[in-house]
Design a protein around this ligand. Structure first.
Ligand code: EPZ
Length: 417
């Protein structure tokens, strides 16, 4: 397994480009199952989770070519199975369920287990599909879904679920009749999926709002589609400029979709301005000071930026409070930050951070994708050397992060651990 060795204390200066969004690319690639003709996807990030998705698509019978951030797919004879050893490495594999039920009327998908950040159930997905006429059996850890034909339904999610909204949207576009999704997720990645499906001929209105209406059509014809930039990668780079007291120009930074994050970083003392070249981020003269954050569904503060802003808070003056309202166990980065000298206490889903003057480099362990990003940020700011181990977590969601950061002054090497 690899580790990243980070020599901290260097302010980052220069231009850094954001790749395509992992969380938009995954559902959009799974949507290729719905198509009966070849499709091309541009600006696809080069990530472990993308490779896993393409492996699963090939197993299902969709041929995939992946060259220089362009993925080309061509559906063949579909085999509706997603095996455990693939699903367990990437929970988002469950997103093949909706398209397979829509195209074939049957699917066998290993029930995704939990992960480091929580139980991550898919009950909302299954409940919605049952309302659309699917029936499910559980056999040896696999969910086996069957339907003669999906039909439109009026679905009200118990909570806004990104994957649930995406999965059901992909099922509804070919269903018989109209589906209304209430309490739908409004994340930009859900909107990007809807835009792709509409470009193929789907009839969807209301995406980006809590109520989405989908009128089933008989078939979808493929298109060339460019994936939106990754707002979480962009937010991570904004935080890197602040925590290293540097100045970064971030190209392809989706400013509007990051509004809540940018507002919070500005509250903490960062100067973030939109320019014709990209978004300019630097720390103001007064330095970093604390703020409070509560994670919520979009457009609230994204849970996927919680670990990263907590790294910033750990070296801000005054105290900060983080209230993690989406996942039940998303503080795995806290004990590792404490090893670096951070002063953080946890009570339930709330963390209290008392800022310290600086962090000290240490051996730390990554536990999940965004926790890894938090530890990299802390390592960039810390005095001395930080070794972040188990960075396979990081490689799932950040394309060549050490290459991008080294190009703006960081001192990171990837080593065998
Ligand atoms: C997506 O996960 C993202 N993953 C996550 O990003 C992100 O943290 C999450 O949305 C929230 O924004 C992808 O898009 C691939 P949810 P998802 O369904 O769809 C509960 C990253 O770091 N829930 O919106 O799995 C669930 O337990 C990853 O890139 C149910 O109870 O998240 C959670 O508390 C991590 N039953 C809440 O809803 C269900 O059937 C939100 O989960 C579904 C969800």
């Amino acid at each position: 397994m690899d580790k990243l060795r980070i020599e901290g204390g260097v302010p980052l200066h220069g231009t850094i480009a954001v790749s395509g969004s992992k969380n938009a690319a995954l559902p959009i690639l799974f949507a290729s199952i719905l198509l009966d003709s070849p499709a091309s996807f541009l600006n696809v990030p080069h990530l472990q989770d993308i490779e896993t998705t393409l492996r699963l698509l090939r197993m299902i019978g969709v041929s995939c070519e992946n060259e220089d951030h362009v993925v080309q797919t061509e559906p063949g004879n579909l085999l509706p199975e997603a095996p455990y050893d693939l699903v367990r490495t990437m929970r988002a594999s469950v997103l093949c369920l909706g398209p397979l039920l829509a195209r074939l009327g049957r699917a066998r998908v290993s029930l995704p287990g939990g992960c480091a950040i929580g139980a991550r159930p898919v009950d909302q997905h299954l409940k919605a599909f049952e309302q659309m006429g699917a029936r499910f059996d559980l056999e040896g850890g696999d969910i086996i879904g069957r339907t003669s034909r999906l039909r439109g339904a009026h679905i009200v999610f118990d909570m806004p679920t990104v994957g649930g909204t995406e999965n059901v949207m992909m099922a509804a576009v070919l269903a018989d009749g109209t589906t209304i999704l209430e309490n739908a997720a409004r994340e930009p990645e859900v909107v990007d999926l809807a835009k792709f499906l509409i470009s193929c001929g789907a009839n969807i209105v209301g995406h980006g709002t809590p109520i989405i209406t989908i009128k089933g059509v008989s078939s979808l014809s493929a298109n060339t589609y460019s994936i939106m930039p990754d707002r979480i990668e962009a937010g991570t780079f904004l935080a890197a400029a602040g925590i290293t007291k540097g100045k970064l120009l971030i190209k392809h930074c989706p400013y509007q979709e990051l509004e809540t994050v940018i507002n919070k970083l500005q509250e903490m003392g960062m100067q973030i301005t939109k320019t014709s070249e990209g978004v300019l981020a630097e720390l103001g003269k007064a330095g970093l000071h604390g703020t409070d954050v509560k994670t919520q569904p979009y457009p609230g503060f994204p849970t996927d930026m919680q670990a990263q802003i907590m790294a910033l808070m750990s070296v801000a003056s005054q105290s900060s409070i983080v209230d993690e309202r989406i996942f039940e166990n998303r503080f795995m980065h806290v004990p590792e930050l404490i090893r670096m000298g951070a002063k953080i206490t946890i009570s339930g889903h709330t963390a209290m951070i008392r800022g310290v003057s600086h962090l000290i480099g240490a051996q730390v362990m990554a536990s999940d994708l965004r926790a890894s990003a938090s530890l990299v940020l802390a390592g960039l700011a810390a005095h001395g050397t930080t070794n972040v181990r188990r960075i396979y977590h990081l490689d799932r969601g950040y394309e060549q992060i050490e290459k991008k950061l080294n190009a703006v002054g960081a001192r990171i090497t990837r080593e065998q651990q």
